[in-house]
Write a protein that binds this ligand. Structure first.
Ligand code: SF4
Length: 351
């Protein structure tokens, strides 16, 4: 175990041997251990369309979940122009199951801007597109265009908090962690640097059990020196997620479900869905639910599902009926539904 904690760089510091050493160690490790990912190329620069598509899909989503979607999207829409020309509902259907559906709507909107105005070539240009936040713009600029951007997500924050044993808790420490990460960025191999940090955070410096024994930075890492690296980053206690309640209405015929399109604005906006009541803080009684059915029928409760969104947890009672469907909607397959409705469609039998 190292005896000394890593010395923290300060703003305006001249390039130091410590920084150069950290860079050399990590890039050498990356050259040997980089993950083989469908959107990654190991020589030259990747197509910015692929980088953008992968970075949008990877927001809040694991590599394993994204990989098959990425491949299907590229097969179906191989260029940004093809994606821009796709009917929006086709794109939303292809996104079903990946979650955070505003990403799909923004993806389509951004593709249309790029098809009309050209693909941005700078971090600032990407930042102006719908659905592209500071992290995504920095990642695309570094990986797709070789810009020396500071690419900081939760993984990088965790690695910095550990490397320098930052005692300030998240989320207050974010600015400090960003500054520490920025002090390690140079114009040399910025895309590889960003991806090396991502890989280190995803495969070695993992949240619960960092694998310090195989980490290229173990001799430099202050948290490792402390003996309890997994206790970094420090965190303030989290408020408990609120709970909401609702009911979904399931009309099934020959394995197909009666679907409606959700309003464009709001959660799961524009996605195909089962009809539902409003989702609210107060529980729904059966009598209350029956006042909100989409069409008259012999409605029976056939199950209930739980689903966790970013800002709340949902308990959704599932009601089913053998009845003619209402006027608005269409028959569709559960496989094209967002996960919460897929679960509801599969909850219980019809009766
Ligand atoms: Fe993370 Fe351990 Fe490496 Fe430090 S030594 S950066 S805690 S994996």
């Amino acid at each position: 175990m190292p005896a000394l904690a890593q010395k923290r760089p300060r703003p305006g510091d001249k390039p130091t041997a410590a920084r150069d050493n950290l860079r050399k160690l990590l890039l050498k490790w990356y050259d040997r251990h980089a993950r083989d990912l469908p959107w990654r190329v190991r020589t030259g620069r990747p197509d910015p369309y692929r980088v953008w598509l992968s970075e949008i899909m990877l927001q809040q989503t694991t590599v394993a979940a994204v990989a098959p979607y990425f491949t299907r999207f590229l097969d179906r829409w191989p260029t940004v122009v093809a994606l821009a020309a796709a009917p929006r509902n086709d794109l939303l259907g292809a996104w079903a199951g990946l979650g955070y559906y505003s990403r799909a709507r923004n993806l389509h909107a951004a593709a249309q801007v790029m098809a009309a105005e050209g693909v941005p070539t700078s971090e600032a240009g990407w930042r102006a597109l719908p659905g592209v936040g500071p992290y995504t713009a920095a990642a695309i600029a570094a990986i797709g265009f070789g810009e020396a951007s500071n690419v900081v997500d939760g993984n990088v924050e965790r690695v910095m908090a550990r490397l320098y044993a930052v005692e300030a808790p998240l989320p207050n420490a974010k600015a400090e962690l960003r500054e520490l990460a920025g002090a390690l960025v140079t114009a040399d191999r910025p895309g590889d640097w960003a991806q090396a940090l991502m890989d280190l955070g995803a495969t070695v410096c993992t949240p619960r059990s960092p694998k310090c024994d195989v980490c290229p930075w173990s001799a430099e890492c202050a948290a490792f020196a402390s003996g309890a690296p997994e206790t970094y980053p420090r965190r303030t206690a989290k408020a408990e997620r609120p709970r909401r309640y609702g009911a979904a209405f399931r009309i099934e015929h020959d394995g197909q479900f009666w679907l409606v399109r959700r309003p464009d604005k709001g959660l799961l906006g524009g996605m195909a869905a089962l009809p539902t009541t409003e989702w609210r803080a107060k529980k729904w009684s059966r009598a209350d639910v029956l006042k909100h059915v989409p069409v008259a029928g012999d409605w029976k409760k056939t199950g209930a599902i739980e689903h966790v969104f970013t800002h709340f947890a949902l308990t959704l009672d599932v009601y089913s009926a053998d009845t003619a469907p209402p006027n608005d909607g269409w028959w569709g397959d559960a496989s094209a539904l967002p996960t919460v409705f897929k679960k509801a469609a599969q909850a219980g039998t019809k009766r």
